[in-house]
Design a binder for this molecule. Structure first.
Ligand code: RET
Length: 283
C-alpha cells in the first residue's frame, strides 16, 4: 500500500474507532462576518474622508482610528474566508459520548493585540495621560489579550484554561484602572470639550470591554452558546467598540484650536540635561 510523502506509518496494533463531534459556524454566522466586514470597509472610507476635511495637524486621531478600522476590516475578511480558525477540544461530550471540538477564531486575538493598544492610545492621547502610565496600560492590555489567546487554544485541561482566563482578567483590571483613574485624572486638566469627549469614550470603553470576557466565558470558555451566536456577540461588541467609538471620537472632537488636547510636557518638550531619556523626572 502506497503512502504519500507526509503520511505517518500505520499505528501499531488495533486502535478503537475515533469519532468526534464538531461545533462550527453556520449560515447566520457567515452572513454576520460578511456584513461586519462591509461595515468596516465603509468605515475606513469615511475615516479617510473625515481626515481630508481637517488640517494635517489635527489628523492624529484619524490616523489611529483609521489604523484600528483597517485592522478589523482585514481580520473580518480573514475570518469570512475561513482563515485564522482552528478546532479546539471543549470539555463537553456529545450524546453518544464523543468529545466535542469547537471552532475557535484565533484571528480575533491577532486583531485585538493590535487594535486594543491603539484604542487605548486614542484614549491616553485624548486625556493627556503621561508616557509611563500609557506604556503600562498598553502592556497590561497586550498581556491580557495574549493570555486570553492561550486560554482559548488550551486543550489539555479545563482548569488551566480558567486559570489563564483569571490571569487575563487580572490584567484587564489594570487596564480598567488606567482608563478610569489615570485617564480621568489627566482629562481633568483638559478643556471642557475634551473632558466631555473623554468621559463618553472612556465610559463606552469600560462598558463594552467588560462584554468581551463575558462572551469568552460563554463561548471559547465553556461552549454554552453556538459558534454563530459567538460570531454575532463579538461582532456587535466590535462594531460598538471600534466604529461607534471611533466616529464619536472624530466627530465630537471638533478640531478647533480651543479644543486641542494639552499633552504633558514630557510628550512635547525637547530632551534636556535633567531628563531620563526623553522622559521628565516627574513623569
Ligand atoms: C479575553 C479573554 C480573557 C479575559 C479577558 C478578555 C478581554 C478581552 C477584551 C477585548 C477587547 C476587545 C476589543 C476589540 C475591538 O473592538 C481576551 C476575551 C479580560 C477586553 C475592544
Amino acid at each position: 500500500h502506497h503512502h504519500g510523502p507526509t503520511a505517518l506509518p500505520p499505528p501499531p496494533g488495533h486502535l478503537p474507532p475515533f469519532h468526534v463531534h464538531r461545533e462550527h459556524i453556520g449560515r447566520s454566522g457567515m452572513r454576520a462576518l460578511w456584513v461586519i466586514f462591509a461595515m468596516f470597509t465603509i468605515s475606513v472610507v469615511l475615516t479617510v474622508i473625515l481626515a481630508k476635511r481637517v488640517e494635517r495637524k489635527f489628523r492624529l486621531f484619524h490616523l489611529i482610528t483609521g489604523a484600528i478600522l483597517v485592522c478589523a476590516h482585514a481580520s473580518y475578511l480573514v475570518m469570512a474566508c475561513g482563515m485564522g480558525v482552528t478546532y479546539v477540544r471543549t470539555f463537553k461530550h456529545a450524546a453518544d459520548g464523543a468529545p466535542v471540538l469547537r471552532q475557535v477564531f484565533y484571528a480575533r486575538y491577532v486583531d485585538w493585540a493590535i487594535t486594543t493598544p491603539l484604542l487605548l492610545l486614542d484614549l491616553c492621547l485624548l486625556a493627556g495621560v503621561p508616557k509611563i502610565q500609557t506604556v503600562t496600560i498598553i502592556f497590561a492590555d497586550l498581556v491580557m489579550i495574549l493570555m486570553g489567546l492561550f486560554a482559548a487554544l488550551q486543550q489539555g485541561s479545563e482548569r488551566s484554561r480558567w486559570f489563564m482566563y483569571a490571569v487575563s482578567n487580572a490584567f484587564f483590571l489594570v487596564v480598567l484602572y488606567g482608563v478610569v483613574v489615570n485617564g480621568r485624572q489627566a482629562a481633568s486638566l483638559q478643556a471642557s470639550n475634551v473632558k466631555r469627549v473623554f468621559n463618553v469614550t472612556s465610559g463606552m470603553t469600560v462598558l463594552l470591554w467588560i462584554g468581551y470576557p463575558i462572551v469568552f466565558a460563554l463561548t471559547e470558555g465553556a461552549a454554552k452558546i453556538s459558534v454563530d451566536a459567538e460570531v454575532i456577540a463579538y461582532g456587535v461588541l466590535d462594531v460598538f467598540a471600534k466604529i461607534v467609538f471611533g466616529f464619536y471620537l472624530l466627530l465630537a472632537h471638533s478640531h478647533s484650536d480651543g479644543d486641542s488636547v494639552v499633552l504633558p510636557e514630557s510628550w512635547t518638550e525637547p530632551r534636556g540635561g535633567s531628563r531620563y531619556g526623553a522622559i521628565a523626572s516627574d513623569d
